[in-house]
Each structure stands twice: as structure tokens, then as C-alpha cells.
Design a protein around this ligand. Structure first.
Ligand code: GTR
Length: 423
């Protein structure tokens, strides 16, 4: 091999690995996971009734106290207004609606703009995928008449975000992650909003978002250790999207999936854990704080994530930065909270940062809870080969390629959703 070729290959092969981070499976450590099926009082959880009445609420509470914080009581002033309908979207394939969701008595929160595509010509209401985007509705869709988001975005020359605002050049830039035509052709509706509508994603972002609006002290709030973080707020927003879907006759909100990628995959899991109306919960490359087991020292760790993104979680979570083993939960327990509903965990082969094997192992261990319901979780014992989807009530695949959402991922989600929603 010529030297320059060898160099190019070596750089490519290690491109996903960051310095100072462990990527050696022999060094992940062998820390026992907190038991799923032993309740706090030491009793064994042997039936689905014991799980539902005792262990499930215990674990949900542990995630509130130690990871994501508590979601405040539901305000009584949620307002939903349909602001636009186009029955001839996507070349006639779909009806596109815009819905503005806000809080009538909390005008400090500017609200969220939900964009929904509903397939045309279906005999029955359409099951729906709900999820947030990184770039806004105009980035999700290639349709050029979509209002450009005017909200704060992370500055990025490469992504054409200028002065923290989207530009015309950002239209359609997230469309590969939201294959709208494929989704509606498969008979599903899709409802999405920009995550920054709910809270701008930076340490002080909460001051301009939902969290300050819902707090008595507004932007002067001194957060308690187990108060909610940004992931809690974003999850709250996804549940409001589903609230709207429940009111729309063209949507079958009894068959709703929640989907998210990366930090929004963590968000999707927390939304699905808290809101049991979601019959399918999808984590795409969610990694640390999402599907990946945090006791495995591989890729991103609790220490790294709580330092880089303290605002995502409750303050208590950072106490486990140097001792993830002291955390009373691990992420298999988050997946288990979905049981007996369907769940799907997807990894990407080049996404070592997210610890693909740790993502699989969460699903594997959570399968014990599905068994209490007479259901099969992932249905295999070994981490499957690349591009080999597995699973019954918990789907899993690792596709080739990098940290992303691709058509391959959506093909699996659509098949899985059709199976679980009886389509
Ligand atoms: C990374 C973070 C990950 C993941 C990712 C993303 O920087 O370390 O946990 O969430 O961001 O959201 O793209």
C-alpha cells in the first residue's frame, strides 16, 4: 500500500474515536447492573401486576430523582390553534397542517409550531410518528412554502445558521432524516416541531423557554437538584404534539410512536417513559443518557455528558460523574419502563461515541420485564451482526454508517410500527 493511502485509511478508521475516551471492550469494566426485578423493599417482582403496581412506579421515580428531573404539574392553559392547512402537500400525497401550541396564561413562552403531514386517501385515520427536529420544520421538509423558523439556533457557518438564526439556505437540510414521502406512502402521519421552540439548547436557554415560563420565579429560578432539565422540557413538548393529534379526526392517536435521534433520542425515551399513550418508543443512536448502559466505560460517559451538557438533565445526575455505579438506575431500566409497549433501539456502526453494544445490552436486559407480560423483547442473546434487524417487542439494529437517521433506519421503523399497530 502506498504510504499516503495507508494514512488516509488510518484516519478514516479512527475518525469516530475521541482522545481520552475508552473504546476498548476489554476495559469497559464489569459492574453489575441495578436489579430490575427486585423492589426497593427487597421483594422479588415475579408478575406483571407486581411490575405495574410497584416496580414500574419506583423506577420512574428514580429516573425523575436522579437523571431527568421532575416534570411539573400539567398547566391548565394549553392552547392549540390550527394555523394552516394544505390538502395538496407533497405533490398531493398528503395534507399538511400547522398547529401553534402555546400556554394562554404564560405568554413569556413563545409556544411551538407543529408541522403535520397526514396521508391523503386513507380509508381509516393514520397512525402517527411524533418527534422533534434539530433544525426546524423548514429544514425537515423540502417544500419551499414552509415558514422559516425565527427561533434561536446554534451558530454554524457550515449549516448556514447566521446570527443564531436560520437562513433560506437551511431549507430541507434535515430532510434526509425525515423521509416524508416514504412515511406517508406507508400510511403513517408524521408530526414534528423544532426542539428549540420548547427550549433553546444551551446552558441558559431555559430562561427563554418553557421551563422559565412554567416556573413561579421565571428566569430567576434557582433550580432544585431534581427539578427538570431541557430533556424534560423537550419531552413535555412531544406529549403536547400527541395531545393535538388526539383531537384530529384524520389521525389515529391510539397508535402513536415517538421518535428521536441522539439527544432527541434520549428525549424520545423520556417522553415514552412518562407518557404511556405512546405505543412505540424509538431511540435512534441515543447513546449516553439514552439507551446506552452508563456503567460501561465505552464512548461517552456520565462524566463527559454532564460536563458538556449539564442543562439536559437534573442537577443530581452530575453527582454520578465519577461514580456511574453509584447511580441507582442504569439505562436498561429506562427501556423497561416502556413494557409491555413496543420499543426500538437503533445503533450505527461508526457511532462508537454512543456505545452501540451498550445500547443493545439495555434492550437485552429490559427483555426480562417483557417476559413478565408473556412477551419477547429483543429475542436474541448476542449482539447481532450489522444490518441485521432483530426483535419482537423490542426491535434492534445496527446499520452501517455514521451517527445519523437514514432511510434504512426508517424502513425498519415503518415495518416495526406496521406490525405493532396492526397495519
Ligand atoms: C453529542 C453528545 C451526545 C449526543 C449528540 C447529539 O455531542 O455528546 O450525547 O446526544 O451530541 O445529540 O447529536
Amino acid at each position: 500500500m502506498r504510504p499516503f493511502l495507508f494514512l488516509a485509511f488510518a484516519t478514516l478508521a479512527t475518525a469516530q474515536n475521541r482522545p481520552g475516551i475508552n473504546y476498548d471492550e476489554a476495559k469497559v469494566g464489569n459492574h453489575p447492573l441495578p436489579p430490575l426485578l427486585i423492589a426497593k423493599d427487597g421483594s422479588k417482582v415475579e408478575t406483571s401486576e407486581q411490575w405495574t403496581s410497584k416496580r414500574h412506579p419506583e423506577i420512574l421515580q428514580l429516573f425523575r430523582d436522579h437523571v431527568f428531573g421532575h416534570t411539573p404539574a400539567m398547566p391548565d392553559d394549553v392552547k392549540m390553534e390550527v394555523t394552516g392547512t394544505n390538502t395538496d402537500a407533497l405533490g398531493g400525497l398528503a395534507t399538511r397542517k400547522f398547529v401553534h401550541i402555546s400556554l394562554a396564561k404564560h405568554p413569556q413562552w413563545a409556544g411551538m409550531d407543529v408541522m403535520i403531514y397526514i396521508p391523503n386517501g386513507l380509508a381509516k385515520p393514520a397512525p402517527v410518528f411524533c418527534g422533534l427536529s434539530f433544525g426546524g420544520n423548514h429544514a425537515v421538509s423540502k417544500e419551499t412554502d414552509i415558514p422559516l423558523s425565527t427561533r434561536w439556533m446554534r451558530e454554524s457557518k457550515e449549516k448556514n445558521i447566521v446570527d443564531h438564526r436560520a437562513t433560506e439556505a437551511t431549507r430541507g437540510t434535515e430532510s434526509s432524516r425525515w423521509p416524508l414521502e416514504m412515511i406517508v406512502k406507508a400510511g403513517f402521519a408524521v408530526a414534528t416541531a423544532y426542539y428549540g421552540d420548547i427550549e433553546p439548547d444551551h446552558a441558559e436557554g431555559w430562561k427563554d423557554g418553557l421551563r422559565a415560563a412554567l416556573s413561579l420565579d421565571g428566569p430567576n429560578t434557582a433550580w432544585k437538584a431534581n427539578d427538570w432539565g431541557a430533556i424534560g422540557a423537550w419531552s413535555w413538548g412531544i406529549s403536547r404534539i400527541l395531545d393535538y393529534c388526539e383531537t384530529d379526526k384524520a389521525i389515529d392517536a391510539k397508535h402513536a410512536a415517538v421518535i428521536g435521534h441522539s439527544r432527541l433520542g434520549k428525549t424520545s425515551l423520556w417522553a415514552g417513559a412518562q407518557d404511556e399513550r405512546f405505543g412505540l418508543v424509538i431511540s435512534n443512536n441515543s447513546g449516553e443518557g439514552g439507551a446506552a448502559l452508563s456503567r460501561r466505560d465505552y464512548g461517552e460517559t456520565t462524566k463527559v455528558i454532564t460536563k458538556a451538557f449539564p442543562h439536559w438533565f437534573c442537577a443530581t445526575y452530575a453527582n454520578y460523574a465519577d461514580a456511574p455505579n453509584a447511580n441507582p438506575i442504569d439505562q436498561h431500566m429506562l427501556i423497561a419502563l416502556m413494557a409491555p409497549r413496543a420499543a426500538y433501539i437503533a445503533s450505527a456502526q461508526e457511532d462508537n461515541w454512543a456505545d452501540q453494544k451498550g445500547e443493545f445490552l439495555s434492550g437485552l436486559h429490559a427483555s426480562d420485564v417483557y417476559a413478565l407480560f408473556g412477551k419477547t423483547g429483543v429475542g436474541v442473546k448476542d449482539w447481532p451482526a450489522v444490518n441485521t434487524p432483530v426483535g419482537d417487542s423490542i426491535g434492534y439494529h445496527m446499520r452501517t454508517g455514521k451517527h445519523d437517521v437514514t432511510d434504512y433506519d426508517w424502513e425498519q421503523y415503518l415495518k416495526f410500527a406496521a406490525r405493532h399497530f396492526g397495519r
